[in-house]
Design a protein around this ligand. Structure first.
Ligand code: 0O2
Length: 218
C-alpha cells in the first residue's frame, strides 16, 4: 500500500488510540515470534516477559506541560514518544542487545532514537535500554507510521526501576538523601548481580553437551 497517511490529519482521540494500540500489537507479535524462533532453534527464551501499556491521558498531558507544550493531539503525537510503550524483561544483559539488534534489523521497523542507560546509567543508577521505533500500521486506505517506545532491561534492572519509581512517586520527587544513597548502592549490586549471573550462564553454556556429544556418549 503506497498511500502514506499523515498524522497531521489525525484529529480524533479515538483514531490516535486505535493507531497506538495497533502499534503495540504489531511490536508484541514481532517479539513473540522472535522468542518462539529462539526457543525452536536454541532451546532458550531470551525474553522472560513483556509488558505493554498505553500512556494515560493524564500522564500525556503532564509530560506536554512539563515541556511547555499545549495539550493538543498534534503536540502529543509529535512530542510524546512513549504513548505506546513495550517493556521487555530479559534474564541477561547480552539478551538485551540481541533483542534490540533483531528488532532493528526488521525491514518495516525504523529506529528513530536509542538511549542506552546500561552503558551510560543515569545519576540515580537507572539502567535500561530504550529505543523509539516506528512501525507501519496498515489501514483500509492508508499506512500510518506509528511510534513505539521499547524499553529492554534485565529482571534485576526492572526490580530496581520499579522500586525507584515507587519511591519517587511517594516522595513526589524530593527523595531524602539517605534513600537516594541506598538506591544508588542497590544499583551497584544490581550491576554486580547481572554481571555474575551472565558469566555463570556463559560458563554453563561452554560446558553444555552438544547433541553429537550425547549421541557419541561423551
Ligand atoms: P512513565 O510514568 O513511566 O510514563 P523522550 O521519550 O526521549 O522524548 P523521555 O521520556 O525523558 O524523553 O525519555 P527517557 O529518558 O527514555 O524516559 C522514558 C521512560 O523511561 C520514562 O517515562 C520512564 O518510564 C523510564 N525512565 C526514565 N528514567 C527513569 C528513571 O530514572 N527511573 C525510572 N524508574 N524510570 C525511568 P516517563 O514519561 O518519565 O514516565
Amino acid at each position: 500500500m503506497d498511500n502514506i497517511g499523515n498524522y497531521e490529519d489525525v484529529t480524533s482521540w479515538n483514531t490516535v488510540i486505535l493507531l497506538y494500540n495497533s502499534a503495540l500489537k504489531e511490536i508484541e507479535t514481532k517479539l513473540q515470534i522472535l522468542n518462539d524462533e529462539f526457543q525452536h532453534v536454541h532451546q532458550y527464551n531470551p525474553i522472560e516477559h513483556i509488558k505493554s501499556r498505553l500512556k494515560t491521558p493524564e500522564s500525556i498531558v503532564n509530560k506536554l506541560k512539563r515541556r511547555g507544550y499545549e495539550s493538543t493531539i498534534a503536540n502529543m503525537v509529535k512530542y510524546v514518544n512513549d504513548i505506546a510503550g513495550v517493556r521487555i524483561i530479559c534474564s541477561f544483559t547480552s539478551d538485551i542487545y540481541r533483542i534490540a539488534d533483531m528488532m532493528a534489523r526488521q525491514n518495516d521497523i525504523s529506529v528513530l532514537s536509542i538511549k542506552d542507560y546500561i552503558k551510560n546509567p543515569k545519576d540515580s543508577g537507572y539502567k535500561s535500554f530504550h529505543m523509539i521505533v516506528s512501525v507501519p500500521i496498515f489501514l483500509s486506505n492508508e499506512t500510518m507510521e506509528t511510534k513505539v517506545e521499547i524499553q529492554i532491561r534485565t529482571v534485576a534492572m526492572d526490580f530496581w526501576a520499579s522500586l525507584e519509581h515507587k519511591i519517587n512517586y511517594k516522595y513526589d520527587g524530593t527523595v531524602p538523601e539517605h534513600i537516594k544513597r541506598e538506591l544508588s548502592e542497590c544499583a551497584e549490586m544490581v550491576s554486580d548481580l547481572d554481571a555474575k549471573m551472565m558469566s555463570l550462564n556463559e560458563e554453563i553454556k561452554g560446558n553444555e553437551k552438544t547433541y553429537e556429544d550425547m549421541v557419541q556418549g561423551v
